[in-house]
Design a protein. Structure first.
Length: 174
């Protein structure tokens, strides 16, 4: 859980970047996204959802609907909405983000992989184990045979969790 000092520091950074570069500058948007994630980890789900919604709108208007940052923000907003119990809205956003990431970023992009992992976990939580297994095996299992040094941090984390989940000993610890 983030400390209140780290949230305050992010708020100060956000204010500073907004004043220097404007609300739609990529750095400003990145800080807003990080602040939203910090609020989410701190348990301020409503604050996180509001800030992620704003960040998503700004990422989309400045970078486009299918930019990795837009899709990541949409996926994070979906995750927060799931935590808030707004499952129908969250499910729609999650599906849109995942399908767009597959189509525009490709199966090997780290954002696509994070969205796939989250989708599978949400299938599990809802009791749809067949759909979860499908995502794990058809969308993510390729990570298990990759050299970890060629993967991004998020992909290595997913690779390790997937190896544990599938009891796959061929993947070295990440």
């Amino acid at each position: 859980m983030p400390s209140s000092e780290s949230v305050v520091a992010l708020l100060e950074d956000l204010d500073s970047y907004t004043n220097l570069h404007g609300a739609d500058h990529p750095e400003t948007l990145g800080i807003a996204h990080q602040l939203a994630l910090a609020l989410w980890r701190a348990g301020d789900l409503d604050g996180a959802a509001g800030l992620l919604h704003q960040a998503l709108e700004r990422f989309t208007s400045t970078m486009g609907t299918n930019h990795p940052k837009s899709l990541a923000a949409k996926g994070d907003l979906a995750a927060v909405l799931f935590d808030l119990g707004r499952d129908a809205e969250a499910g729609l956003l999650e599906r849109e983000a995942f399908e767009s990431a597959q189509a525009h970023l490709g199966k090997g992009h780290s954002v696509t992989n994070v969205l796939a992992w989250n989708r599978a976990i949400n299938y599990e939580r809802s009791g749809d184990l067949d759909s979860a297994r499908y995502v794990f095996t058809n969308e993510l299992s390729w990570l298990l045979v990759q050299d970890p040094s060629g993967l991004e941090t998020d992909q290595n984390a997913i690779r390790g969790m997937l190896a544990d989940r599938l009891n796959w000993d061929g993947a070295k610890a990440c």
